[in-house]
Ligand binder design. Sequence first.
Ligand SMILES: NC(=O)c1ccc[n+]([C@@H]2O[C@H](COP(=O)([O-])OP(=O)(O)OC[C@H]3O[C@@H](n4cnc5c(N)ncnc54)[C@H](O)[C@@H]3O)[C@@H](O)[C@H]2O)c1
Length: 344
Amino acid sequence: MLPNNITLSTNLKPALKDFFSQQQFSKIGVLIDENTQTHCYPLIQSLLPEHTTLQIRSGEEHKTLLTCQQIWQWMTQQHFDRQSLLINLGGGVIGDMGGFCAAAFKRGMAFINIPTTLLAQVDASIGGKLGIDFMGFKNHIGFFRIPDHVFISPDFLTSLPQRELRSGFSEVIKHTLIADREAWNELSRKKVPEIHWLEQVEHSVQLKQRIVSQDPTEKGLRKILNFGHTIGHALESYFLESNRLLHGEAIAIGMIAEAYLSHKLLGLPRQELEQISCYIRDVHGKTPLEKNCLPQIAQLCLQDKKNRENNINCVLLSQIGEARYDIPISEEEIIEALEFYNNE
Ligand SMILES: NC(=O)c1ccc[n+]([C@@H]2O[C@H](COP(=O)([O-])OP(=O)(O)OC[C@H]3O[C@@H](n4cnc5c(N)ncnc54)[C@H](O)[C@@H]3O)[C@@H](O)[C@H]2O)c1
């Protein structure tokens, strides 16, 4: 069962109608980028009450204060107030940054997410983490705030480039690995084109929602959702400027490296490490990492938000479906894990 504020359907019309009939907003704005303007906005435009739109440039490199400034200027010029609504129509970048801007504008106005990438549908739009990148660090500035509603339709995925679909799929894999062994067993038998997205998205959303509802501000259990992310975020930060890795591609490498550390430090069976590594490689292929960049990537892990007192804390698996958090790892171990990824 999904909570009342999440709708998942191939037909969003009734739920949107219901939402807008129950509430009055002084202004409605839709945040889009050039891709969601072309592919997603036409599917939804006629289902929304009168509104104005702002198109920003797509891409992680625009998830910055500069773009926030553009969004807040637009809101101010359009006379948005605390009774206004922002609709984030796009992937994780639009959702994280639009939510951040809405939550900060005049100390907070309503926002809803209509996620249009697989990654945003199964992960970024759920759980209320909002934010932007800063000084080259991922999601360095942000808040926790749950969107007023999330409307998810797998129909948006039809226009999504394959590379983006695979990127989002990393988070689907992650959800099964940390908490649902049976789902992993089923998923790992399938190739990406064989997946039924409505069912798969529902499984992921339910799983994430179940974890987040027990620990909304990531004091404990919620940390397990960061499996693959300690090393993954460092890789993403490392490649931020060259734009070489998508979020899910970085997390895919992070999951293999952290599965290696799970084997080394928590006794994840070797056979399970091999299964995880083979399946993720089948989906994503291999991105060779130059040996001389590994220490710098390991150092970037020191910026991870889960760290305490200069310890790098990681989420590791004791077995598939069982995750443990706050496991300290060293820079040397991270380098070793990335060498494992390179050599496998
Ligand atoms: N808040 C969270 O809990 C959370 C969780 C995971 C990831 N994230 C964040 O999410 C971001 C990555 O999100 P993403 O992978 O969705 O990337 P993205 O938002 O950059 O979108 C990827 C690309 O797809 C395009 N696009 C979006 N929908 C489309 C569609 N239906 N058809 C065609 N093109 C479309 C976008 O314009 C963009 O070029 C990262 O910034 C990451 O930090 C947040």
